[in-house]
Design a protein around this ligand. Structure first.
Ligand SMILES: COc1cc(O)cc(Nc2ccc(C(=O)Nc3ccccc3)c(OCCC[NH3+])c2)c1
Length: 335
């Protein structure tokens, strides 16, 4: 395996867990904390024009902080590669979870779907659209919490979400009619359509629009007709119908979804989506770092406040994650 000298002593690379077009995702260990992480490795030579899109994703990830969005811990850029050090989501893909259970109960679907709504409402509230929402991009952590991943196609149109986007992207199965028609579209409306496909997949265990032939798939999406199994409750069906509206202007908005009667059934409170305010520093984590590096806590604090997404950032964020899990706050001596 190619030895990345820049990671030596800080991370130990393990098996590959995913590979996409120009990126590979490997499991790794963050040596100072001993915590598992996922590292997305991109070869700059292969990136070509996509380098600017990667930069866009990185700046997006740096501003995202939400329990249901995979966390970025560190960014390492060398002459030849970019490494994104991210949260390790050991539960695998939501997709595999649905397949193994055939389909989920309404209660299970609601638990998962509320987390997706929370993450997407948060994204939209800070001016981003994901634009590639699909079960493969939704992972589970070991506590069955959902984690949204792969913001490679996310967009923040200049001048806010009201401005239309053009680039057609994402996979056609989850693509909204206006997207497959190459029309102007709003990222938020396209995300709601994809969430409709997701909710259908959770409840039915199949895709609403599916066809091996891409043209007949597009026709089905444009007609917007899909099977409505009798086991679906009328509330869930009403929600799916309001999300899979061919006319984007008739489609339910994410804000309306937050308090939809199917979404709040039995829980009676709307979905919360503002990020947990973890901007207040965890004093004990800073003190552990200060004594380990033998500097004053104030120095660590001052450095962390710059959010450079360097090894100090990843060490601090992973200590916070350890503390949240109730593990001991200790750091290993790097060789
Ligand atoms: C913001 O989160 C992102 C952005 C991005 O561009 C890519 C990723 N990719 C990730 C991140 C984490 C995992 C992961 O932890 N996977 C995993 C771990 C243990 C068992 C099984 C899976 C990841 O997995 C890629 C394969 C899943 N299709 C991709 C996150």
């Amino acid at each position: 395996m190619v030895r990345f000298l820049e990671l030596k002593g800080f991370y130990e690379l393990e098996r590959t867990i995913g590979c996409g077009g120009f990126a590979k995702v490997k499991l790794a260990t963050h040596l100072a904390t001993g915590e598992k992480v996922a590292i997305k490795i991109m070869d700059k030579a292969l990136l070509g024009a996509d380098l600017s899109r990667v930069k866009l994703e990185i700046s997006a990830l740096k501003s995202l902080c939400h329990d249901n969005i995979c966390k970025l811990y560190e960014v390492i850029e060398t002459e030849t590669h970019i490494f994104l050090v991210m949260e390790y989501c050991s539960g695998g893909e939501l997709f595999d979870h649905i397949v193994e259970k055939n389909r989920l109960t309404e209660t299970e679907s609601r638990t998962f779907f509320r987390q997706i709504v929370s993450a997407v409402a948060y994204l939209h509230s800070i001016g981003y659209a994901h634009r590639d929402l699909k079960p493969e991009n939704i992972l589970l952590d070991k506590h069955q919490n959902l984690k949204l991943i792969d913001f490679g196609l996310c967009a923040k149109p200049a001048g806010g979400m009201e401005n239309p986007l053009f680039t057609s992207c994402g996979s056609p199965t989850y693509a909204a009619p206006e997207l497959v028609q190459g029309k102007q579209y709003l990222g938020t409306e396209v995300d709601v359509w994809a969430m409709g496909v997701l909710l259908y997949a959770l409840l039915v265990g199949a895709l609403p629009f599916d066809d091996v032939n891409i043209d007949s798939l597009y026709k089905k999406i444009l007609i917007g007709k899909y099977p409505e199994p009798s086991f679906l409750s009328s509330e869930s069906l009403q929600l799916i119908r309001s999300m899979l509206q061919v006319d984007p202007k008739k489609r339910i908005t994410i804000q309306e979804m937050l308090s939809h009667k199917w979404i709040t059934f039995g829980i009676l409170e709307p979905v919360q989506y503002f990020p947990r305010n973890n901007k207040n520093y965890q004093r004990d984590c800073i003190d552990v770092m200060a004594s380990h590096y033998n500097v004053e806590s104030r120095k660590i604090w001052q450095h962390l406040k710059k959010w450079k997404y360097d090894y100090s950032t990843s060490t601090y964020l992973l200590l916070v994650a350890k503390k949240k899990r109730g593990s001991s706050l200790k750091l290993n001596n790097l060789l």
